[in-house]
Design a protein around this ligand. Structure first.
Ligand SMILES: *Cc1c(COP(=O)(O)O)cnc(C)c1O
Length: 428
């Protein structure tokens, strides 16, 4: 494949944008080379500036669960735009999407919309601190909750790819209130509670981790966290920015039957526009301004274009339960196909999957936390990535990322992908 235009565009971008990208995970730093510049996308396909087509397994890092340029979303945004793009006053549409989200997700009475997953998690933690009148939080190494200061400690995703455990610029004062635990290690969490009695406002967790590759929670782990929180007056925050409206209508709470106190959303909820949200039961949400004392705001929060896109997306997901079954089946098909190919080629691997989140780790040992995720053979991953790219299959340019399956994928697309993997596997 030719990447001439992309390479030139990247060189131009690098002169005026740090690293040529507006989010580090888009750079190809973890795999070498320069990123492809996308010109347009439709359904499961990306088309780059050089005219190459790719089957897309990133899907904007999750939002495009029904494929790119999904007609109902596109049309709703066009129609809304004609009527004004931002007012800074309430609109009826905000209530409609809020009511729909509240009806789809268990254990929430009210929801507040923001502009990104980062804002959602940041605000969820502030709310938890205000509500409990405590300062410390527990986060898990390798979980990513956006780039707010208190989360940039062993943050997974881009931070793991680039080997930045803790970002400069985060003050020690902030860092000391974030207690770090190992994913799937209950004793570790218990020890933190023991050492910080009465001080922990919240545990924040990705109920299925997706930012160190895909790592499902060990059986009983989430339930045990729920019980620890109850016993200690601590709130359980599910960061469902990835899992929300993806693993089920009601996200991971529904899939695992675990009740979170506060839930953060992003990605799918915006249908591809910049939207995040956080939600909880009345007692907690009424702690927010203007009703309660915890301040949180946003000039463009609840923006009409963003709400129109999100509303169409949620309506589509709410109207057809079969979407989640289809996503699961397509991803399981991909999983068993990849496993067969890697086994036939004697390539050490572990494939983790929950629903339509899947990742391939080039290591034979179980991948259950950040440490074991880091054991993967990165040289194999780089070859795998570039091999697939040149075959027209676009996966995330980092071994620490999950693949997001879209319902727009046909079984022909999946077979095309497996065929490409077969070709690449013999070169590993
Ligand atoms: C992507 C992501 C975020 C951050 O969302 P942004 O919209 O990028 O700010 C937070 N949490 C999780 C689990 C994510 O995957």
């Amino acid at each position: 494949m030719l990447y001439q235009r992309s390479s030139r565009l990247f060189a131009e971008a690098s002169l005026v944008i740090p690293g040529g990208v507006n989010s580090p995970v888009r750079a190809f730093k973890g795999v070498g080379g320069t990123p492809i510049f996308v010109k347009e996308a439709k359904g499961p396909y990306l088309f780059d500036e050089d005219g190459n087509r790719y089957i897309d397994y990133i899907n904007s890092w999750g939002p495009m669960i029904l494929g790119h340029a999904y007609d109902p979303v596109v049309n709703a945004v066009i129609e809304k735009a004609k009527k004004g793009t931002s007012f800074g006053t309430p609109t009826a549409l905000e209530t409609e999407i809020a009511a729909l989200a509240v009806s789809m997700v268990p254990n929430i009475d009210k929801i507040r919309f923001v502009n990104s997953g980062t804002e959602a998690c940041m605000s969820a933690v502030r709310l938890a601190r205000g509500f409990t009148n405590r300062e410390k939080i527990i986060k898990f190494a390798g979980c990513y909750h956006g780039h707010s200061d208190s989360f940039l400690i062993q943050a997974g995703s881009g931070a793991a790819t680039f080997g930045v455990p803790n970002s400069p610029g985060v003050t020690q004062g902030t860092a000391k209130d974030t207690l770090l635990a190992t994913y799937n290690d209950l004793q570790n969490v218990k020890d933190l509670f023991e050492a910080n009695k009465g001080e922990i406002a919240a545990i924040i967790i990705e109920p299925v981790a997706g930012n160190m590759g895909c790592i499902p929670p060990a059986k009983g782990f989430l339930q045990a966290l729920r019980e620890l929180c109850d016993a200690n007056g601590t709130l359980l925050i599910f960061d469902e920015v990835m899992t929300g409206f993806r693993l089920a209508k009601g996200g991971a709470q529904q899939l695992f039957g675990i009740k979170a106190d506060i839930v953060a959303f992003g990605k799918v909820i915006g249908g591809g526009l910049p939207v995040g949200a956080f939600a909880a039961r009345n007692e907690i949400m009424d702690y927010l301004a203007p009703v309660g004392p915890v301040y949180q705001a946003g000039t463009l929060s609840g923006n009409p274009l963003a709400m129109a896109a999100g509303f169409e997306m949620l309506k589509a997901l709410n109207s057809d339960n079969a979407i989640f079954t289809r996503l699961e089946e397509k991803t399981a098909y991909l999983e068993s196909g990849i496993r067969k190919i890697l086994e036939a080629n004697n390539i050490a691997h572990t494939i983790n999957r929950t629903g339509s989140m899947i990742s391939v780790h080039f290591d034979a040992n179980p991948v259950t936390n950040l440490k074991t995720a880091a054991n993967g053979d990165n040289e194999s991953f780089k070859k795998f990535f570039h091999g697939l790219l040149s075959e027209g299959v676009y996966i995330a340019p980092s071994a620490y990322e999950t693949w997001f399956i879209t319902d727009a994928l046909s079984y022909e697309d999946l077979d095309f992908t497996l065929n490409a993997i077969e070709k690449v596997a013999v070169t590993l």
